[in-house]
Design a protein around this ligand. Structure first.
Ligand code: TYC
Length: 101
């Protein structure tokens, strides 16, 4: 009996999950001028003129466009700042966020 292993404990599982990245989404509207949208994309998201124009036109044509992905708090801060830039200029420009799958 000296060899009987009575240890039935199982190793506790350590599950460390990577926090999800969050998308910042540009939403189209009928009022914000195209050039203003491009200016905000360049200033807040550091996109080039060309990237900004493409993102703006995709939202314009399709209704929405993913601008970039960030950790949640950064995505939310940037979306709020960019939306506020529109509001300050009297435009209904809207940026939202959502978690990646
Ligand atoms: N649709 C706007 C216009 O025709 C331009 C625009 C594009 C506004 C994208 C918002 O997310 C937007 N002036």
């Amino acid at each position: 009996m000296a060899d009987t292993n009575l240890n039935t404990q199982t190793k506790p599982e350590l599950k460390v999950e990577r926090p999800k990245l969050h998308k910042v989404i540009l939403v189209n509207d009928d009022f914000t001028p195209r050039e203003f949208v491009v200016r905000v994309l360049k200033a807040e998201f550091r996109l080039s003129e060309e990237q900004s124009y493409k993102v703006m036109m995709t939202a314009h044509r399709r209704g929405v466009c993913v601008v970039a992905v960030f950790a949640r708090d950064i995505a939310e801060t940037k979306a709020t700042r960019a939306t506020d830039a529109g509001k300050a200029a009297g435009f209904p420009l809207l940026f939202t966020t959502e978690p990646e799958e």
